[in-house]
Design a protein around this ligand. Structure first.
Ligand code: RFL
Length: 386
């Protein structure tokens, strides 16, 4: 098989990239190891930033999200029996998130690609990426090989593309001293908004997904497994840390999310570029992972179109530096939010909670400090994540 751009992975990054390239007249193929049904059912993130929606809209990919998604512009912080509403929509000058589950967006992106005549190669695993130092890199899959001009690794944290980078590329990791239990729950009414609860028993969070599904997070001990968290304990802890909360009907998905971050630097070597989770992992605290993946994809698409259609290699040379500046800004934001949401081990919780309440109240008081947080949270403007 021969194409201009071989894309590994049909997650949000790979699919946005493929759509933008196809619309710009660049030939590409997407290889995905899972089936179409699998990727269209995989529930993960659900909050789309202002600028993510602007990107999707610009490329004609936001139709269903704009008609079926719900706009959201505030979050509540609960701490010491207080509930503080941060109206980041108003504080950022009218920007908002869109609540739209990742699996719906993936479905829409696959459909849009199909309308452009491109069908990802599903159930086909990439085994190796070769010859990235030449002008004809190759992607070796289970039953076929793709020769191309560029390879973009959008294959997530556990993908193969990163392994093709030479040793000089560094992965900068960070491990937090706790984990999160992530729980998808059927609820009797939609979560009214994002809620972060900070308390001596540990952090708990609630994020809206659909009318009858919400995502909950519970801080747990580092190294805990799902076996430590039977349904009864989850319900007890949600009530203890998060009340009031909607009535929970069932818990269809419970997983422990290892709380770690990492960034690979640089994001390009020769004819291989990395985008999305293949390049960086963020904790879900600020709901940034999918947004950053889509921003990477848009940046890679622009650079590839310039390189392949206009013969301008400058944008490809600048891709890694530009994206890393933003990726680190977003990492710093997510890290800062986590520090606000968790108590430092060993510190008297009475003092630590008062400190956090004071910090939370500042986020709600109109002024430059709250406006900067609001812009970063919603991903807008010069102070935002891009
Ligand atoms: P994805 O979505 O992981 O897609 C990568 C795709 O590559 C495929 N793949 C391969 N294909 C062919 N050959 C190979 N050798 C391959 N190896 C891998 C995979 O099957 C997959 O389809 O990466 P992308 O596109 O960069 O998108 C990133 C987002 O998916 C990610 O940042 C978020 O979903 C992170 N995330 C969450 N973010 C939030 O903001 N809020 C959340 O609640 C939230 N929950 C989650 C999450 C990520 C999770 N994973 C990855 C462990 C919950 C989970 C379980």
């Amino acid at each position: 098989l021969r194409t201009q751009v071989a894309i590994i992975g049909a997650g949000p990054a790979g699919l946005v990239l493929a759509n933008v390239l196809t619309r710009a007249g660049v030939d590409c193929r997407v290889v995905e190891r899972r089936s179409r049904a699998h990727v269209e059912a995989r529930a993960r993130a659900g909050l789309l930033e202002h600028r993510t929606v602007a990107t999707l809209r610009r490329h004609g990919l936001a139709g269903r999200l704009l008609s079926d998604g719900v706009r959201h512009g505030w979050c509540d912080f609960r701490c010491l029996d207080r509930s503080v509403r941060v109206d980041y929509g108003t504080l950022s000058g009218g920007h908002a998130h869109w609540v739209y589950p990742q699996q719906f967006l993936v479905r829409d992106l696959i459909e849009a690609l199909g309308r452009g005549g491109v069908r990802p190669l599903f159930s086909q695993t990439v085994r190796a990426v070769a010859d990235i130092d030449t002008t004809r890199p190759r992607v070796r899959c289970d039953t076929l090989e793709i020769a191309c001009d560029y390879v973009v690794g959008c294959d997530g944290f556990r993908g193969v593309s990163r392994a093709a980078l030479p040793r000089a590329h560094r992965v900068v990791p960070h491990r937090y001293p706790y984990d999160w239990l992530t729980v998808l729950a059927e609820v009797d009414e939609a979560a009214p908004g994002v809620v972060y609860a900070v308390g001596a028993e540990g952090f708990a969070g609630m994020m809206p997904r659909t009318r009858h599904l919400s995502r909950f997070y519970l801080q747990c001990a580092a190294g805990d497994t799902e076996a430590h968290w039977p349904a009864r304990r989850i319900r007890e802890q949600l009530h203890a840390r998060l009340t009031p909360l909607p009535r929970i009907e069932s818990l269809p998905e419970v997983r422990v999310l290892r709380m770690r971050s990492s960034v690979t630097e640089p994001l390009r070597h020769g004819r291989l570029l990395l985008a999305g989770d293949a390049a960086h992992v963020l904790t879900p605290s600020g709901a940034k992972g999918m947004n950053l993946a889509i921003a990477d994809a848009a940046g890679a698409a622009e650079a590839l179109v310039r390189g392949l259609r206009e013969g301008d290699a400058g944008a490809l040379a600048a891709y890694s530096g530009r994206r890393l500046a933003e990726i680190w800004r977003v990492q710093e934001f997510s890290d800062r939010l986590l520090r606000l949401l968790h108590l430092p081990p060993g510190e008297d919780p009475r003092f630590a909670l008062r400190m956090r309440l004071a910090a939370i109240e500042r986020l709600a008081e109109p002024g430059p400090h709250a406006a900067a947080f609001a812009h970063q949270y919603v991903g807008s403007g010069a102070e935002g994540s891009g």
